[in-house]
Structure formats: structure tokens, C-alpha cells
Write a protein that binds this ligand. Sequence first.
Ligand code: DHB
Ligand code: FE
Length: 283
Amino acid sequence: MATLLGGLATSHIPAIGNALAKGWQQEPYWKPFFDGFPPIHRWLNQVRPEVVVVFYNDHGLNFFLDKMPTFAVGAAAEYHNADEGWGIPTLPPLAGCPDLSWQIIRHLVACEFDVVTCQEMLVDHACTLPLKLFWPEYEVAPVQIVPIDINTVQFPLPTARRVYKLGQAVGEAIQRWDSDKRVLVMATGGLSHQLEGERAGFINKAFDQQFLESMVSNPEWATQFSDLELVERAGTQGVELLMWLAMRAALTRGGAGVRKVHSNYHIPISNTATGVMALECLA
Ligand code: DHB
Ligand code: FE
């Protein structure tokens, strides 16, 4: 059976694409953000994942308001990036893993999740930039991916409880996958931020820190909140932290718990409170 190694999570912000392209990692504005990554790079070099399941939220590149799935699973052999209008470089295509995609899709449907299956799927900054951040040495991250999109764009959003159950089912599917591959689960989004309206610029450090702590010691903590309660606490785009919840839930199926490899929190990059974390599944 496949091995579930652990989980990664990071904020995704288009401006990061520009900073990477310009080599600004050591600039005073960017350094406290990029300094969160080298300990995780060292861990990735040790555990050497081959396939990464990426929980991310599309921002209007692949799905728009006219057709908005709650959960969509990629089942393509290759995922292309395209111009989103942020002025950042378009990145080369990422390799898919259709075998794991269909394993996850079959298991989710058997668990009564009615997912959209996507044999073609454009991926945006939320999928491409985290892979660049975690594998900066490579033109294209040396892994195959299975992108899973969770709607955080158009209300109603899936409840945190539902997202947690989705993550658990994805974790089960990975652990039952008849393969010798080494698999990681990744989340991208958050932490608190709001890009528009009267509260534009809103950040909630106390909430973010409680959420980060819950990732390690109390993974179900955030499932107590409704979508609007999450908006109130984390901002209209801070609800992207639902991806972190799905990732963490996927790691609960091993039964032996997790060890925090490293985490970092830095305010702000652009309008966002940034977080990064790596968790290792205990054998
Ligand atoms: C920003 C944050 C996001 O999560 C995003 O998708 C786009 C922009 C920002 O802070 O600029
Ligand atoms: Fe976003």
C-alpha cells in the first residue's frame, strides 16, 4: 500500500510569484516569509515524496461564478497554469497522477461525496506557487500531483465539518491505494485576510495562532465554526484555511498522530497573514 508521509501547508499570494521571479528572498520585506521554508526543504529531502495531493481553492481561472463546484478533483495527466491577470509569470505544466486521482474519486463517491471529476483542469497561483516554494531548486516540482479544489469563492461554502470529513476520506483513499508510492498532502491558502469591502486589510493574529496550534494538537477545533463565523474571524478570503483543515484531517487516518516538523507565521505579505507548516505522520 502507499505510504502517507505527512502534510504541508502554506499561504499562496500572487506577489510571491513576482518575488520568486525577481529573486527577492533576502530582501527585508520578504526574508521573514521565505525564512520559514529551509527547515521544511531539509525534511522534504529526507522523506522524498513522489505524489502530492493538493487541497487548494481556484480563484476564477478554472471555475467561475456561473459554474461553481463545491469539491472538484483533478484526474488529468498534466495540469496547465494560465494567466490570471496578476502580471506574474505563467509556470510550466505540472505532472498529474491519474491512478491516485481515480482511487480518490472512487473512494469519495463511495463515501457519498458527489465530486466533480476534471480530466482537464487549469491550475492557478494557489496550486503552482506552493510547489515552487517547497521545491525552489526545480523548474517544475519533482512530484506528481492530484489537485482537489474546495470552493471558498462563492457562498454557500462547504461547512468546516464537511471539509474535515472530506479530508478524512482522502486520507483513507491514499492509505488504501495499491501502490508503493510515497504520498504527501498539501494545503494552500489563508491565513486571515480580506481583500475587499469595508474590512479590506483585516488580519486576526490571535485567531490565526489558535488555528495553527489546533493543527498540531486539536485538529477538529475549527469544525465548530460556520462559514460566516469563519469569515468573521478570518476574513472573506481567510476562509481559505479550510484547505489546512482538509489536509490535517487526511492525516488523522493513520491513528498514530503527527509531529510538527516546522512552522512559521509572518504578517503581512501583501494583504495576508502568512503561515507555513509541515507535519509528519508518526509510524
Ligand atoms: C492575496 C491573497 C490571496 O489568497 C490571493 O488568492 C490573492 C491575493 C493578497 O494578499 O494579495
Ligand atoms: Fe487566495
